[in-house]
Design a protein around this ligand. Structure first.
Ligand SMILES: [Zn+2]
Ligand SMILES: [Zn+2]
Length: 265
């Protein structure tokens, strides 16, 4: 079969808050932090459909048709709306990113041959749903670190050949972007696969060990393992796998052009 996947990007802005009426204010605050207060985000939505090429049109589906169907839903329920109050899907559910992905599946799956819904809240939180039992939650973190790629067992010449500019005697550094992917079922009450505040605590505790450090000297692990991005992934996987339930994969952007990924299941 020559099935083709087509993705179209959309934007919308909405407000929301996370608050469970059956819990006290303090319990809500503990669970959701500042998100108990109404606030808003700029969302990006990627709608992917999949199908075979139509022999008459030579397309799977006319993109403007996808645009019209999705925009109608966005206009009606999402853009410049209060998701808690204006969107019927959130009458009995919190408008978390996970539930927003589910909501688009709910509104669109009868109208489009959906393959995937991907929703970004800002550019640091996202959820991906493919109509299955589980879905993916993603969170973006940043850290900066210095390093030098140099193997003591090789000559200067060999090091220069292997690592090029990265072998610079006095080191250099990067702003790293780390994406964490977690797979799981959405909790019916909280709307979370994972509590972001708890996740942040776990991840930041680990990132603290490498953020604003010169990895080769400051971090014990990298005294024995060259601080390539590959080894940074190993370092993170070893420390995060047992602490984060459902951890699926880690992806690091060393620069916008150099992207590394490791599976964690
Ligand atoms: Zn929010
Ligand atoms: Zn480098």
């Amino acid at each position: 079969m020559n099935e083709i996947t087509i993705t179209r990007r959309f934007y919308f802005c909405s407000s929301h808050r996370y608050y469970l009426e059956n819990l006290s204010f303090d319990e809500n605050l503990r669970l959701f932090g500042k998100t108990i207060y109404e606030h808003g985000h700029n969302y990006t939505l990627f709608v992917s459909i999949r199908g075979n090429i139509n022999k008459t049109t030579n397309m799977v589906m006319n993109i403007s048709e996808i645009k019209n169907i999705v925009n109608e839903i966005i206009e009606k329920y999402y853009d410049h709306k209060n998701l808690n109050l204006d969107n019927p899907f959130f009458k009995n559910r919190l408008p978390t990113t996970e539930n927003i992905a589910l909501s688009f599946w709910h509104f669109l799956s009868e109208k489009l041959n959906l393959y995937k819904i991907l929703v970004y809240e800002g550019d640091e939180i996202f959820s991906e749903y493919k109509g299955e039992k589980n879905m993916l939650f993603g969170r973006v973190y940043k850290f900066s670190a210095g390093h030098r790629l140099y193997n003591e067992n090789l000559s200067d010449e060999e090091n220069n050949k292997l690592y090029g500019k990265c072998a610079n005697k006095n080191g250099h550094g990067h702003d790293y972007k780390l994406e964490i992917y977690i797979e799981g079922k959405v909790d019916k009450e909280t709307g979370f696969i994972v509590n972001i505040n708890e996740l942040d605590k776990i991840v930041n505790e680990v990132l603290e060990k490498i953020d604003h450090k010169f990895l080769n000297y400051d971090v014990e692990f990298f005294r024995e393992n060259l601080p390539t991005t590959e080894n940074i992934l190993i370092f993170l996987k070893m420390r995060l796998s047992s602490k984060i339930k459902g951890l699926k994969k880690l992806r690091i952007y060393e620069t916008e052009n150099n992207i590394f990924e490791i599976e964690c299941v």
